[in-house]
Design a protein around this ligand. Structure first.
Ligand code: HEC
Ligand SMILES: [Cu+2]
Length: 235
């Protein structure tokens, strides 16, 4: 069934254009700044917008047909491989608006949620600046044995799929984790973002989201502590 709804396209030129790419079973969110490409970045499953401003969302798919839907802000728009669709969203009040894939796309369709965080322009701008930065660590963290071991483990076991900007981890088929700690939820809304849930996800991804394109990864107790310490630096 086609669910391409006609949406109001504000006549004004969009000041903010965001590209959202659907993947089995998560959402990649790209912000670009033509005036300053150094500020370009990717994040996942959490879209920030300034309140009261029409925002143009370019919608793509990396694999199959999905559909982007934020019931309180916008109708359903399909994401189709090889094609770019468009959807405008605008929030008139600050808040967190839940979105969901609304086109059946396989095993974890039900766990393909995201959030739109609408905030004041100042707060949005601060978020955008912070997201644009590479991962940095305080001197104390950079010298912490757990953090060092965790980073090494990440480079060996996670970097093939995930990027952490500013490090050798440059994988491109999974969420960018540079500012993982800033996100409210993980795994496309499946879990809240706590240290316990992160370790649970990493070790049991296939139990939490069967068939998700991340394997469950066995960790020794000391590996888990090291990885946790490193992931905690990614705020
Ligand atoms: C084979 C590729 C692959 C490997 C290896 C991999 N991941 Fe993932 N990871 C993914 C994919 C794909 C997702 C998105 C899954 C989903 O939500 O459906 C993901 C999601 C995540 C998330 C949730 C991110 C978010 O914002 O929702 C975290 C955290 C994560 N992985 C950490 C790790 C860590 C740590 C390792 C190494 C111990 C690792 N991953 C290894 C592919 C991989
Ligand atoms: Cu879906």
């Amino acid at each position: 069934m086609m669910t391409l709804e006609s949406v109001a396209s504000p006549a004004s030129h969009a000041r903010l254009v965001i590209t959202v790419t659907a993947y089995d079973w998560w959402w990649k969110v790209d912000y670009t700044d033509d005036a300053n490409p150094a500020r370009n970045f990717s994040t996942a499953n959490e879209i920030h917008i300034p309140v009261g401003e029409p925002v143009k969302v370019l919608l793509k798919s990396a694999d199959v047909v999905h559909a982007f839907w934020v019931p309180q802000l916008a109708g359903k728009t399909q994401t189709i491989p090889g094609q770019t669709n468009e959807q405008w969203i605008q929030a008139d009040r600050p808040g967190i608006y839940r979105g969901q894939c609304s086109q059946f796309c396989g095993a974890q369709h039900a766990h393909m949620a995201f959030e739109v965080v609408a905030q004041s322009f100042a707060a949005f701008d601060a978020w955008r600046d912070a997201q644009g930065r590479s991962a940095t660590q305080t001197d104390a963290a950079a010298q912490d044995a757990h953090v060092i071991a965790g980073k090494k483990l990440f480079d060996e076991r996670c970097a093939g799929c995930h990027t952490i900007r500013g490090t050798d981890a440059q994988g491109s088929q999974a969420p960018d984790l540079t500012h993982l700690g800033s996100r409210r939820l993980i795994a496309a809304g499946a879990l809240t973002n706590t240290p316990e849930h992160l370790l649970d996800w990493i070790q049991h991804a296939q139990r939490i989201k069967p068939e998700a394109l991340m394997p469950s990864i066995a960790l020794t107790t000391s590996d888990a502590a090291a990885l946790s310490a490193y992931l905690a630096t990614l705020h």
